[in-house]
Every structure is written in C-alpha cells, then in structure tokens.
Ligand binder design. Structure first.
Ligand SMILES: C[S@@+](CC[C@H](N)C(=O)[O-])C[C@H]1O[C@@H](n2cnc3c(N)ncnc32)[C@H](O)[C@@H]1O
Length: 250
C-alpha cells in the first residue's frame, strides 16, 4: 500500500487528519496496510504505531495501555517546578500507565529519583520498557517499596477520574481500546483519588505534594476531600491545555 492509498482508505473510514496520520503510520516502518486497517477499525493511532509523543518525550505504547493526553503536560510542568525546589527529590508516578509522566519528569530533571506503579500488568510492562526499572505492580501504595514511605517529594497520581455514568459518552477509541480500570473513577469520578488521599499523608515527605488531574465540575468535591484529609489544597489550571490539577500538600 502506498501513502496515497493509505490517505484515501483512512479518509473513507472517517479519519479527519488522514494525511497527518498516514505520514505517522508510514514513519513507524511497519506493514502499512495492516496498520491502516487497525486504525480504520478505531484503534488509537498511538497504540497502532506503538508510541506517543508527550511533553517532549517519545513514550512507547502497546495495545490496551492508556494513551497519555496532551492536557496531562500540566501535571508534568507542576511536578518539575516542585521537584526543582528540593535537593535530591523523590518523584513517584502512581497509576503510571505507560509511565509517560515519570519519563517526562526524568527528561526535564536528568538523574532524578523516580518510581512508578500501576495495578495493570500490561501497563507495568509498558512502563518498565519506558523507564527501565523502579516500576512496581499492585494496588496504589501497596505496590511501592516500603522504604519510600514518608519520603515522597512529588506524588503524581493521574488516577482514573471519569464518573461511571459518563463512560458511555467517551470517544469510542477510549471506550473500546483503553481498559475500564484506566478510566472509571466511580460515582463522581473521585473514588480512586480519595483512596490515594487516604494514603498520601503517610507516604509524602513533610511538605511533599500530591498532584492529580480533575475536571472543573470535580474541583469543589476534590478540594473538600483534600482538606478533610488534613492536607492543604490548591487548584492549578491551564486554559490552553484545558487542564486542571488539584494539589495536596502535606
Ligand atoms: C488515567 S490512566 C493514567 C495513566 C498515566 N499516568 C498517564 O497519565 O498517561 C490511570 C491508570 O491508573 C491505573 N489504576 C487504576 N486503578 C488503580 C489502582 N487501584 N492502583 C494502581 N493503578 C491503578 C490504570 O491501570 C491506569 O493505567
């Protein structure tokens, strides 16, 4: 299949950016016809080509692993600013998926100490490939080596935060190709965030900062949850990225 034929096939399948996507598929170097068919069947482009470009780094991806979103670059920016204020900071990427956030922070601050963890073994294998070590599998803090307890300077937790009743309205790419555990945040979308908050006080260093992405509608409840856990809340927004991050300081 030629690139021109790929463009026509992608366009006929309803792909809005057919030219751009065909160029990415060609550049990935695989069997173009097979890649085009996977894309036409609705698989996210990043899973088809096996990588996503995120916050200045190329992140390896595999089928079934959450595709890092551009808006999450705000999490990286806040994490890098915070880590940069400390000597020898320790950053943990909880609910790491592909490990994109940890990878981007490490790119910005070479040599920084980073750990990552996820409950999903497919995500853990993908993050291991991206980070090359210090990736742990398990439920939230239970995955982490006990010696990190009370020592975390920056705790990134891009938890699933879609309210269960909103899942049917997600784009088909997400619904059909990203695991429900990566998306479903329970009744109001904050169930996993609250579970992270429950452990954050014990795992953060004194003055340490937890960062989590939320929606505008979740801000009030998320602030109340942080304050109720004895941490200090703040919200950072970026209108260009359409992104909102809740921070919780110990
Ligand atoms: C929204 S995705 C974020 C992935 C990655 N941090 C990113 O920004 O691209 C949420 C991730 O949380 C993981 N997850 C969900 N529940 C979890 C739990 N109880 N413990 C650990 N990881 C969990 C999912 O497997 C998924 O990889």
């Amino acid at each position: 299949m030629t690139e021109e034929e790929a463009i026509i096939r992608l366009r006929s399948a309803g792909c809005v950016f057919a030219e751009d996507e065909a160029a990415v598929l060609v550049s990935s170097g695989g069997d173009l016809a097979a890649l085009v068919e996977r894309r036409c069947a609705g698989e996210p482009l990043e899973q088809v080509v096996g990588f996503a470009d995120f916050a200045g780094v190329r992140v390896r991806l595999r089928p079934g692993v959450f595709v890092p979103r551009v808006r999450s670059e705000l999490l990286v920016r806040v994490a890098v600013e915070e880590a940069g204020r400390h000597d020898d900071p320790l950053v943990v990427d909880l609910c790491c998926g592909s490990g994109a956030l940890a990878l981007a922070v490490r790119e910005a601050i070479p040599g920084i100490s980073v750990h990552a963890a996820d409950v999903d073994p497919v995500a853990v294998a993908c993050a291991e490939e991206n980070l090359g070590g210090n990736v742990h599998q398990g439920d939230l803090f239970a995955a982490l080596p006990p010696e990190l307890r009370g020592r975390i300077t920056v705790l990134l937790a891009n938890v699933p935060y879609v309210a269960t009743r909103h899942l049917p309205f997600l784009p088909a790419e997400a619904r059909d190709h990203e695991p429900r555990t990566a998306l479903d945040g329970g009744d109001d979308g904050l169930a996993v965030f609250r579970a992270v908050l429950d452990g954050a006080g014990a795992w953060l260093a004194p003055g340490g900062l937890l960062l989590s992405e939320i929606t505008e509608a979740q801000a009030g409840a998320a602030i109340a949850a942080v304050d109720g856990n004895g941490l200090t809340s703040a919200v950072v927004t970026d209108d260009d990225l359409d992104a909102r991050v809740i921070t919780a300081r110990r």
